[in-house]
Design a protein around this ligand. Structure first.
Ligand code: AHR
Length: 497
């Protein structure tokens, strides 16, 4: 199997917005309680945050984390999560049929996010609530002092405002499962009015309007067009959500799903530009892919026994092939770095997540942790448009799927060029010839590989290092040409300088 790739420092797509490597923590399952927060855990700090989780998340260098939901936010009264902990209410939580203890709320999460070096992407409740609660929350979080809500924050021990910059106007408001789901017109009107006054409280914020919950929704496309028609001047981003699974156990088709993500992004960008044209606007709406991942347990119902506190939910165990799929998705996001400015792998810990913990026990890293880590660390700079020639194949749902999925990022500051590449072929290795002549002399820093003979191999508590990357990839450089061997079904990071 032979492929070629030409990269040139002048063929640029866009600088990467670091927020492409964002993630998401919802009050769902054991993401918050048992994940990032577990007072009494041997590694817990004085505020109850698990230090082992802090470390694993810090290593990922996640620049932004969406919070507190997800479906959860559509029934959440933010006031229940601030102030003295002993006065906080235990409440029935209707998105996931659990009991919410409210031990962690906005201020605790802001503290925690600071510890991991992330910004917070806040979401407001447009399910059961609206303009009033949203403007109060912005005042509470971002206004310095001298008003009721900002002074309340100060009285809760937070003298400095949190200055959250990015705000989501609700979550998946098109979904019938959502608390307070709406039609596109109902949502568009509410989102617009809410956005307007939130910005009056703090003009420096950026706002994300809800796109469809997935491209599979019957209202997809019409929803985007209507919502944008009603909100265009008051929002900055439109959200996209997409999850993929291999429940039909067709790996070739599964690994081709990134072509669907590619098309989804392209379609939503086109809808944004259609509304731009219609409005004769100069403003370009950017995209926030603020929920994406492999989700194999999707569709499984909520916890059988209702009203438990933080029961395990959606604790998918990720395989080697899932990691390859995540690699293909990351490459796809990079290809669209000119339009996708934020993206959140959903989620970060315990719930469809790259990081797992046991209550009272250890933490381990799933297979999907690694491609995300590599992209986040080495995928910063400017994305270069690659000219790729690769043999192709057809799968059940896709035609002309290239065996090679690849992109490269040039970090001019460091003088580093990184090639991210997945060999989708399940049984044959690939010889990849890369022409990088515009860079002159380069040398190889490292060729990292994630490979495994067993596509279904996983990391577990008992065997946490079953699928881990190594740096023994075969790459040689000769006269501005790189020759790399990509193992069958592998994720590769070729780092040059
Ligand atoms: O990430 C899990 C759930 O998936 C979120 O709560 C919701 O927004 C989506 O349907």
């Amino acid at each position: 199997l032979q492929s070629t790739m030409l990269i040139d420092k002048h063929f640029t797509i866009s600088p990467v917005d670091p927020r492409l490597y964002g993630s998401f923590i919802e009050h769902l399952g054991r993401a918050v309680y048992g994940g990032i927060y577990e007072p009494g855990h041997p590694t817990a700090d004085e505020n109850g945050f698990r230090r082992d989780a802090l470390e694993a998340i810090r290593a990922l260098q996640v620049p932004i984390i969406r919070y507190p939901g997800g479906n959860f936010v559509s029934g959440y009264n933010w006031e229940d999560g601030v102030g003295p902990k002993d006065k906080r209410k235990r409440l029935l939580e209707l998105a996931w049929w659990t009991t919410e203890t409210n031990e962690v709320g906005t201020n605790e999460f802001a503290d925690w996010a600071k510890l991991v070096g992330s910004e917070v992407m806040m979401a407001v409740n447009l399910g059961t609530r609206g303009i009033d609660a949203a403007r109060d929350l912005v005042e509470y979080c971002n206004h310095p002092s001298g008003s009721y809500w900002s002074d309340l924050r100060i009285s809760h021990g937070y003298k400095e405002p949190h200055r959250f910059k990015t705000w989501c106007l609700g979550n998946e408001m098109d979904g019938p499962w959502q608390i307070g789901a709406k039609t596109a017109v109902e949502y568009g009107r509410l989102a617009n009015e809410t956005a307007k006054v939130m910005r009056w409280v703090d003009p420096s914020i950026e706002l994300v309007a809800c796109g469809s919950s997935s491209s599979g929704m019957s209202t997809f496309a019409e929803w985007e067009a209507t919502v944008l028609d009603l909100t265009y001047d008051n929002v900055d981003y439109l959200s996209l959500h997409t999850y993929y699974n291999n429940n039909s156990n067709d790996t070739a088709n599964f690994l081709a799903r990134s072509l669907d993500m590619d098309q989804f992004i392209g379609s939503v960008a086109s809808i944004c530009d259609y509304v731009k044209a219609k409005k004769r606007s100069k403003k370009k709406i950017m995209l926030s892919l603020d929920e994406w991942n492999v989700w194999n347990s999707i569709g499984s119902s909520r916890a059988e026994e209702r009203w438990q506190v933080a029961p395990p939910e959606f604790e998918d165990v990720y395989t080697h092939e899932d990691a390859l799929a995540v690699g293909c998705f990351l490459i796809t996001l990079l290809k669209h770095a000119d339009r996708v400015k934020m993206a959140c792998i959903a989620q970060l810990i315990n719930v469809i997540a790259p990081i797992m913990t046991e209550n009272g026990g250890p933490l381990w890293l799933q297979t999907t942790y690694y491609p995300f880590l590599h992209a986040s660390i080495y995928g910063r700079g400017t994305v270069l448009h690659p000219i790729i020639s690769s043999p192709k194949h057809d799968t059940k749902d896709f035609t002309d799927v290239p065996y090679l999925e690849a992109i490269s990022v040039y970090n001019e500051e460091q003088g580093h060029i990184t090639i991210f590449a997945v060999n989708r072929h399940l049984t044959e290795r690939m010889e990849l010839d890369v022409d990088i002549r515009s860079f002159g002399e380069v040398s190889l820093l490292e060729h990292i590989v994630l490979e495994n003979e067993d596509l279904k191999a996983v990391n577990t508590k008992a065997n946490p290092r079953n699928v881990v990357p190594h740096s023994g990839g075969k790459t040689s450089i000769d006269n501005g040409r790189i020759k790399a061997v990509l193992a069958q079904a592998s994720w590769n990071v070729i780092r040059l300088q």
